[in-house]
Design a protein around this ligand. Sequence first.
Ligand code: NAP
Ligand code: ZN
Ligand code: ZN
Length: 347
Amino acid sequence: MSLAKAYAAAAATAPLAPFQLERRTPGPHDVQIEIAYCGICHSDIHQVRNEWGNSTYPMVPGHEIVGKVTAVGAQVKGFKVGDLAGVGCLVDSCRTCPSCQRQLEQFCEKGAAFSYNGTEMDRKTVTQGGYSSSIVTDEAFVLKISPKLDLAATAPLLCAGITTYSPLRHWKTKQGDRVGVVGLGGLGHMAVKLAAAMGAEVTMLSTSKSKEADARRLGAQNFGLTSDPATFKKLAGHFDLIIDTISAPHDYNQYLGLLRVEGAMVLLGVPPEPTPVSAFPLIMGRRTLSGSLIGGIRETQEMLDFCAQHGIVSDIELIPVQQVNEAYERMMKNDVRYRFVLDMKTL
Ligand code: NAP
Ligand code: ZN
Ligand code: ZN
């Protein structure tokens, strides 16, 4: 066992505060990482505030983790002390079910072990996330991080990056495809960068006119203001794929009308309340409404390698860990450009 410093929520209504936790002594397959940076995902806020109704406390959030390897178990083959390493939303899975065999560990049929607000596969040991000084994770769930990329700005790739990369790949985004990205936040800005790097013609669909110049700088060719009904008329039947990253309740039906025949809309955002969906925009054009959850470990490594090759990282605001509660408030006010990253040196 070793002690790690951390920031934790004691309850749904409590601000995050300093906390100490125990990390296990690395077993034969484990990698111990000194955490340098951890991104703040909107899922951290949903879970800290128990918006999905599944939260347990105390909770150390954080699943966009990067740092340096400080110890490895005797059987570890892929990492050595001093290597850069990352941990995302998953720390284990059953490894034998059909989903795990397809390397879709996020859909493990026994229920994967998530990095925090969950348990290890023993279903007893509570997992605690990356707003902390260190983590110990089985090497099968540890990612290799390229030294070519800025380390702090790489952290958000571990969730925002893979969550947007995975549906773009699943729906086979290619040169010239028309991709609409809904919501320009942490996920949205990665979706724009990644879709543009795959050669798509990207349109940003946003409630914030003030983000238009940024959307274009990030790689969008077009910008549609979603508070203006004319946007929905102009872009009707336009998109091959729509990636919806909005974190709050909103009407999906109006976006479905923007899909071409057999186009697909993928929900990534997880608003706390359900929203009614009408059959009409789906049957008119055999359109698909789908969802997607992060990505498996193999695909996460593929995404990190793609980003290293294309020089893609997140646009971040690096903050000391003591400002985490303020960062949450700013995210709730839609004031983030485009991901907060905690500097763990400040713990
Ligand atoms: P974020 O940085 O807070 O961005 C969310 C964006 O949604 C905002 O920038 C804003 O964009 C738009 N938005 C926010 N409130 C809105 C409202 N009331 N109406 C319309 N638009 C609104 O959040 P994030 O970290 O990207 O996460 C987004 C969502 O994805 C969260 O629900 C999170 O839990 C979820 N998530 C899912 C997965 C997955 O595996 N599926 C993984 C990670 C996160 P504009 O200003 O451009 O309108
Ligand atoms: Zn996340
Ligand atoms: Zn499994």
